[in-house]
Design a protein around this ligand. Structure first.
Ligand SMILES: *Cc1c(COP(=O)(O)O)cnc(C)c1O
Length: 371
């Protein structure tokens, strides 16, 4: 018998800077008497982040969802947008809230991302954009997707909510497509409490984003377009500055934890995981496994329940598929790989403050259950 964890072990735990450092940095907010609306700390954080992500252009937002909504809005796309059902509902909601129709494309079992070879058959005269997700931070086939976009004159917006810090052959993940969205939500590898950002190629979008996130207000006398309120506050920017100082160290710790998971899990029949390709600098933010019930002793759903007996709270990211929710029941789709994975995937606990001992114990429990 293996004893259960004394305290609940959740799939993730937010990275927090030292309490004293946060107290010290927010003193600046009291000194400035400036808590939101493009304050000095916001400006400083935006600059540091631009440097870290090596992007030409970056704009901060109060959360990732509104950033994605505004990204879609800014490109004036109409009609249908091809996306994946294997994602957080935010992706499809951002499309729908703009009066567009999401069209769900199947995914690949090797990296859980949109299947670039299935996109073309979904393109018709109404299609105006592709919105792929770098699921768990693993890059989509950015080359093939751009070729399709060029061939059919489509915009490409990446939901890079999971992909902070990821690089392909040394190029930042945010440098592909027209726009990429990052989320800095508490559950993501890098957080600003709540927060998000867009990185993009076209310099001219900068002014448009600044208008769209602040009610379309151009100056005291002029409102030049319809807009939202999606500004990042000074408190969020403070958290961002401190967490950015720790991100490389956090990712290093996550890599060590992942390696221990991989070496243990590779010995358990029916537990499948996909290795990270060599040309990818990864962020190790998620630890997804596929439970193949024909080779493992129990199903994913049973394993999920058994974990709870040990005080381990895993997550079925992404179940149900977005296309299987009531909100999207009016949209027809045929995505067998997505359905297969959605019923078998389980994300195991991983966060920068997790210990190797905790990872080993989670693995030992899976081994014990598998017998
Ligand atoms: C977290 C997430 C979002 C939304 O980001 P928020 O910052 O929480 O608004 C969008 N898409 C995906 C895939 C996400 O995981």
């Amino acid at each position: 018998m293996i004893k259960k964890f004394e305290n609940p072990l959740f799939v993730t735990q937010p990275s927090l800077p030292k309490y004293e450092l946060y107290v010290k940095i927010i003193k600046r907010i009291w000194d400035n008497k400036w808590i939101s609306n493009n304050g000095p700390i916001h400006t400083e954080f935006e600059k540091s982040l631009k440097n870290y992500l090596q992007s030409n252009n970056i704009t901060l937002f109060t959360n990732g969802h509104l950033a994605l909504d505004i990204a879609i809005r800014s490109l004036n796309v109409k009609g249908e947008v091809i996306t994946t059902p294997f994602t957080f509902v935010s992706t499809a909601h951002a499309i729908s809230m703009n009066g567009l129709t999401p069209v769900f494309c199947d995914i690949k079992t090797i990296d859980y991302n949109i299947d670039e070879d299935s996109i073309e058959s979904l393109i018709n005269e109404k299609t105006t954009a592709i919105l792929p997700v770098h699921v768990y931070g693993r890059p989509c086939n950015i080359i093939k997707i751009q070729e399709l976009a060029d061939k059919y004159n489509l915009k490409v917006i990446y939901d890079a909510a999971h992909a902070f810090g990821v690089q392909i052959d040394g190029t930042s993940i945010g440098d592909f497509g027209d726009i990429s969205m990052f989320s800095f939500h508490a559950t993501k590898v890098f957080n600003t409490i709540e927060g998000g950002a867009l990185t993009y190629k076209d310099d001219l979008l900068k002014d448009k984003f600044n208008l769209l996130k602040n009610f379309g207000i151009k100056n005291e006398d002029e409102v030049s377009m319809v807009g939202l309120n999606a500004k990042m506050s000074e408190f969020q920017a403070c958290m961002g500055i401190l967490n950015l100082d720790n991100i490389n160290n956090d990712i290093k710790k996550l890599k060590t934890l992942t390696e221990l998971y991989f070496s243990n899990l590779s010995k358990i029949p029916g537990i499948i995981f996909n290795e990270i390709p060599n040309n990818i600098k990864y962020n190790y933010a998620y630890m997804p496994i596929i439970v193949d019930e024909t080779k493992f002793s129990i199903t994913r759903d049973e394993l999920f329940k058994r974990f709870k007996e040990y005080n381990i709270f895993t997550r079925k990211y992404f179940y149900p598929l977005v296309s299987d929710t009531l909100a999207y029941s009016h949209i027809k789709s045929n995505t067998p790989n997505a359905t297969y994975l959605s019923n078998r995937i389980l994300c195991l606990p991983i966060f920068s403050d997790m210990t190797l001992k905790q990872v080993q114990k989670v693995c030992d429990i899976i081994k014990f259950i598998s017998k």
